[in-house]
Ligand binder design. Structure first.
Ligand SMILES: O=C(O)CCC(=O)C(=O)O
Ligand SMILES: [Fe+2]
Length: 305
């Protein structure tokens, strides 16, 4: 089975064969690639270069924006700061996370919610904040367009979906994977097997190999994409919300001889969106699910004890 390759323009035009392929991809594999979005290869290269220039800074410099001394997940996450699989060791990747900042006076701002925590921006590299923030905004738009197409492909109205993402708890991450370390054993991963927590992940990467997807037959299939092609997958909330019609698929990075940078945009709905199966009488707030998963996986957010 192959991971389907879709075209953004054809999805925007709602071309029937592309919509059918989309509906199958979200259900059967839960992974696909998309080309032809407004996020050009040159733009993605610039974003990758910015993250690369940040990650090569010394640990001492990066510590100025270390999320570990905050109560949230904004800024730098050192190697070993996240454990996405409790049966594996903490991941050897390092990350930089930024998220949605609520406008001053927004009703949710009063609650000091970690999922809308203020961003931490490094002083170096120059231009980092503008480049990354700009990409964050535009990547959310592309993610929303793909979600709208999915909602229509599944027979729901795209409009009813859209308001659930205002304001989004979207998180943009830069992942840096060094070469797989000499000391790494069988429980050590760049990122251990996990499902993403939210709805849709729009994942850019530098073209180096590393990502593996758990296929329906249980095998791990390698996938890579050049800048400008996006790997799309789905998270736990969308699987719940759609009653399993969209799959949240396991994936991992074992790591190899080549270092690697990837940039996932995790598109999550607004805090009070009910992501319980549509039509059920359960209530599961998106913000509660996301906070719980953050608290389980970021070592500095784990409750003591
Ligand atoms: O690096 C990758 O390709 C995947 C990253 C990932 O799965 C994640 O950050 O959730
Ligand atoms: Fe992931």
């Amino acid at each position: 089975m192959r991971i389907p390759q879709l075209d953004h323009a054809r999805l925007l035009e709602r071309m029937p064969d592309e919509m059918t392929r989309l509906a199958r991809a979200v259900h059967d594999i839960g992974f696909l690639t998309v080309t032809g979005t407004p996020l050009t290869p040159e733009r993605v290269e610039r974003v990758l270069d910015m993250y690369r220039a940040f990650f090569v800074l010394s640990a001492e410099q990066k510590r100025a924006v270390d999320m570990a001394v905050t109560g949230a997940n904004r800024g730098w996450g050192a190697p070993g700061s996240e454990q996405v699989d409790s049966t594996a060791n903490p991941d050897f990747k390092e990350v930089f996370d930024c998220g949605f900042e609520l406008p001053v006076g927004h009703p949710l701002a009063r609650h000091g919610l970690g999922v809308y925590a203020p961003n931490l921006w490094p002083e170096s590299p120059v231009g980092f904040r503008d480049e990354i923030k700009g990409y964050y905004i535009d990547a959310i738009d592309v993610g929303r367009q793909i979600l709208a197409a999915i909602s229509e492909a599944l027979g729901a109205s795209a409009g009813s979906f859209a308001e659930a993402f205002v304001p989004p708890m979207a998180l943009l991450r830069g992942n840096y994977y060094p070469q797989r370390p000499d000391w790494a054993g069988e429980r050590d991963f760049g990122i251990a097997a996990h499902t993403d927590y939210g709805c849709l992940t729009l994942l850019a990467m530098d073209g180096a190999p590393g990502l593996e997807v758990r296929m329906p037959d249980g095998s791990w299939q390698a996938i890579t994409a050049p800048p400008g092609t996006f790997v799309i997958n789905f998270g736990e909330m969308l699987e719940m919300w759609t009653g399993g019609r969209v799959k949240a698929t396991l994936h991992r990075v074992v790591g190899g001889p080549q270092e690697r940078i990837s940039v996932p945009l995790f598109l999550n709905p607004s805090y009070h969106t009910n992501v319980a199966p549509a039509g059920s009488d359960q209530v599961i707030f998106a913000g509660d699910h996301l906070s719980r998963r953050f608290n389980e996986t970021y070592l500095h957010l784990k409750p003591a004890g």
